[in-house]
Design a protein. Structure first.
Length: 104
């Protein structure tokens, strides 16, 4: 009997039945719906929702992602080297690239 209950198709049917039962019980306990304009409006911490998009496209995301990628990879490269003239030149180049990326 235990092997039959634990077989994937039977276990799925048991779980599907339990989910349906709990969902139906939740709907009964929730009561009747009384839609109002306040309930159907967008909620954002008590403020009015913005009327314009914050940023168009993915360009701002890619700039930030590139900034962190360069920064993290640069730190990994510098962390794996000894302090030398080459590492200092690399660090200077890394700083220039990050400043250029920040300034656009």
């Amino acid at each position: 009997m235990e092997d039959i209950i634990l077989s994937p198709p039977i276990a799925f049917l048991i779980y599907a039945f339990l989910v349906g039962l709990l969902s139906g019980l939740g709907r009964v306990l929730a009561g009747l719906a009384h839609p109002t304009p306040v309930k159907t409006s967008t909620y954002s911490s008590g403020e009015e929702p913005p009327t314009h998009a914050a940023a168009t496209g993915y360009r701002p995301f890619f700039v930030v992602a590139l900034f962190f990628a360069i920064l993290h990879l640069g730190v990994l490269v510098l962390g794996s080297n000894n302090i030398s003239l080459t590492a200092l030149i690399y660090l200077g180049g890394l700083i220039l690239v990050l400043v250029a990326l920040i300034l656009g």
